[in-house]
Design a binder for this molecule. Structure first.
Ligand code: H2U
Ligand code: ZN
Length: 349
């Protein structure tokens, strides 16, 4: 006789409600040996100012412009922008096989701090709050432009995630059209509101808080969970408890609470493998297209690549590329590992 189904032991599929896509969970595979590639851990200490860094105050950037001697945050137009505001509009191709469209947009780089050696996890709360304010102000300003349909804020942190520079920074890409991932979330959230009469992610968060086993950290206004459908080993989803459609909806206290939650979550991440934890993170909120978007709930995704240590990462290859994303460690096991971490940074202990 076989034992009854146990999600902590047996392979199963889980559905990502935000995309409508399925992922595969294979908990029994965690014990397999690893003889593959290992990564180089980030350097242990960096200088506070690096004369060769193109983001440090007063330095010359690759495009030849000089950064001001900024004291907190600093935003500039990306010198190698992927999109331009002045690209002529129009559908280039409507051929059945060769379809293309002109796309316009604005790309900016946002420096979180003048200090070359810091990360968001290592910054003081008032300075993290300044970053939250900066993100908010970028979303507000860019969403008001009639030629912008979506504002994507993101951060690539660490060489492993392709970040070009350790100086704490993120990016903003604002586009005419809604990009692929937010468009999937738009469809899923809209369908849920239409059928259930409430925003999907508000109902989802309440269900997660009730279940408890995927919650990582929370405060009065925010919670971070390893989503039920997480693909990356230590992926998290950060959600406000109240219905907020985008960053500009947050009250001042909610921005403070967000700064607190970010600091705690990122400290937990750094403590997990005692390293400056790499990730790609970004905010998803309501599009800037005309009309109301009551189905939208603001959230941030954190996608960290590390699996077992500061030098062993998960690869999204083979089956993931050709069939469906797969993970070994369950979301519940990952959340438990994260919850066990100190909320004081290992470098401060
Ligand atoms: P990462 O977030 O992946 O590190 O990228 C940093 C961005 O900074 C990248 O998009 C831009 C690059 O185009 N950049 C400038 O705009 N000016 C520079 O002098 C170097 C890098
Ligand atoms: Zn720097």
């Amino acid at each position: 006789m076989t034992a009854p189904f146990d999600p902590a032991e047996h392979p199963h599929r889980r559905r990502n409600l935000l995309t409508g896509e399925w992922i595969l969970v294979s908990p029994h595979r965690m014990k397999r040996p690893w003889q593959g590639q290992t990564e180089t851990a980030p350097p242990l200490s960096l200088p506070q100012y690096d004369p060769s860094c193109y983001l440090c105050p007063g330095n010359e950037r690759a495009g030849g412009l000089i950064n001001p001697n900024y004291t907190h945050t600093f935003v500039f137009e990306n010198d190698f922008a992927a999109l331009r505001a002045d690209t002529p509009d129009g559908t280039l191709q409507t051929n059945r096989f060769f379809q293309s469209q002109a796309e316009t947009g604005i790309c900016r780089v946002v420096c979180f701090s003048p200090r070359h050696d810091l990360t968001l996890a290592r910054m003081d709360l008032p300075d993290i709050r300044r970053v939250v304010d900066l993100w908010t102000q970028q979303v507000e300003e860019l969403s008001q432009r009639k030629e912008i349909g979506y504002v994507q804020l993101f951060e690539n942190r660490g060489a492993m995630m392709g970040s070009s520079n350790p100086h704490p920074h993120g990016q903003v890409w604002a586009t005419r059209r809604i990009p692929t991932e937010p468009a999937k979330e738009d469809r899923q959230q809209r369908a849920y509101l239409e059928s259930q009469g409430a925003p999907l992610l508000l109902d989802y968060l309440n269900a997660e808080l009730k279940a408890g086993d995927r919650v990582v950290v929370e405060n009065e206004d925010w919670a971070a969970v390893v989503p039920f459908w997480a693909v990356w080993p230590f992926e998290t989803l950060l959600l406000p408890r109240r219905h907020c459609q985008h960053l500009a909806d947050l009250a001042p206290e909610e921005r403070d609470a967000l700064s607190d939650l970010l600091r705690r979550l990122l400290t937990i991440y750094d403590n997990l493998f005692e390293t400056s934890f790499p990730y790609s993170m970004g905010w998803h909120g309501k599009p800037a297209t005309p009309g109301d978007h009551p189905h939208w709930q603001l959230h941030a995704h954190f996608f960290p690549p590390l699996l077992r240590s500061s030098t062993i990462r998960k690869f999204m290859v083979g089956y993931e590329m050709l069939a469906t994303p797969q993970r070994d460690l369950t979301a519940e096991q990952a959340a438990q590992r994260l919850r066990m971490q100190h909320q004081t940074h290992y470098l401060d202990r």
